[in-house]
Design a protein around this ligand. Structure first.
Ligand code: GLU
Length: 307
């Protein structure tokens, strides 16, 4: 029989399929017809003992949060297993969110007194400088350039830059294969800057978020998405039939909690908080109940750097 599909109709069909996939991704489900991949299990999450933090004095950020009655914490909302917002309930979940909650408990704030606010990679420094957030937990690499603008507690995790491609792509095995390819990353991120400076023959495209990059990868508008392996493994785990993480890690990305630059009391308290929850086992439990489910290798927490 004569098929009447035109190229335009075929493209529409592909787009509809892609839209369905994206809707499922947003809802945290797997591909239609397959069981949803394992997600964070609320029952497995530790609860963190709220401390009496009255001895922590001299932090302008903490003083403001105390008189406000709650903390405002910057985070990501579209990074599975790390920082993800449930569109139906508005609740945030993932490893970064657990880190934010455990250190919040150390500062005297139970989870119901933490308000999360989504801030994109490119806007983190300004958000901390303007007091839009008290601290920031969202795959935020500690480096010297950023330290000129903000403070960092941690590191609490070490990731590395990697590549996400379509499952059926056999042409990209590492950053050396990116010449002439369309590569997407988040503007203002360290992976974006590294492609720009070290792989100038790649055709680099910047979006606000990695999920926008992943949408464009699934629909074929870009050939690869690059950022930290921890982030990419989460996207691949959601649609393992469509996407794969390839190649070696080609950077070191130590994740820190961003703070206002001059609030050294807050920075010190956050470092104490991380050490406390690493020693009592909360960090490990939180990792296993969140990021560990994406296939990210289970590390031991890195040594805190009190600079
Ligand atoms: N860790 C990198 C960074 O801080 C990439 C991830 C992100 O954009 O949050 O820039």
């Amino acid at each position: 029989m004569n098929r009447t599909t035109t190229p335009a109709a075929r493209a529409r069909g592909r787009l509809t399929a892609a839209a369905l996939l994206l809707a499922l991704l947003a809802a945290g489900c797997g591909k239609a017809g397959t069981p949803p991949p394992k997600g964070p299990q609320p029952s497995a999450l530790p609860s963190y003992q709220v401390q009496d933090a009255s001895s922590i004095t001299g932090s302008p950020t903490l003083d403001a949060a105390r008189s406000r009655g709650h903390l405002v914490v910057g985070a990501k909302e579209d990074q599975p297993y790390l920082g993800q917002k449930n569109p139906a309930t508005g609740e945030y979940s993932g490893f970064d969110i657990e880190i934010a909650k455990m250190v919040g408990a150390f500062l005297g704030f139970p989870p119901e007194r933490i308000q999360f606010k989504t801030i994109a990679s490119a806007n983190r420094e300004t958000a901390l400088q303007n007091g839009q957030v008290d601290y920031y937990v969202g795959t935020y690499t500690i480096n010297d350039n950023r330290k000129k603008l903000v403070g960092f507690a941690g590191p609490y995790f070490i990731a590395g830059q990697s590549l996400l491609v379509r499952k059926n792509d056999d042409s990209i095995h590492g950053p050396q294969d990116l010449d002439g390819k369309k590569v997407c990353s988040a503007s203002g991120s360290t992976p974006y800057q590294r492609i720009q400076s070290q792989y100038p023959k790649a055709h680099l495209i910047g979006y606000d978020t990695y999920s926008a990059c992943v949408d464009n990868l699934i629909t074929g508008q870009v050939d690869a998405v690059t950022t930290d392996n921890a982030i990419l493994l989460g996207y691949a785990a959601k649609v393992p039939d469509e996407l794969k993480v390839v190649g070696p890690l080609f950077s070191t990305e130590p994740y820190g909690i961003g703070t206002p630059k001059n609030d050294t009391v807050l920075r010190g308290a956050l470092n104490d908080a991380l050490e406390h929850h690493e020693q009592n086992g909360d960090w490990k439990k939180a990792f296993e109940a969140t990021l560990g489910l994406s296939g990210a290798p289970a590390p031991t927490p890195p040594k805190i750097d009190r600079y």
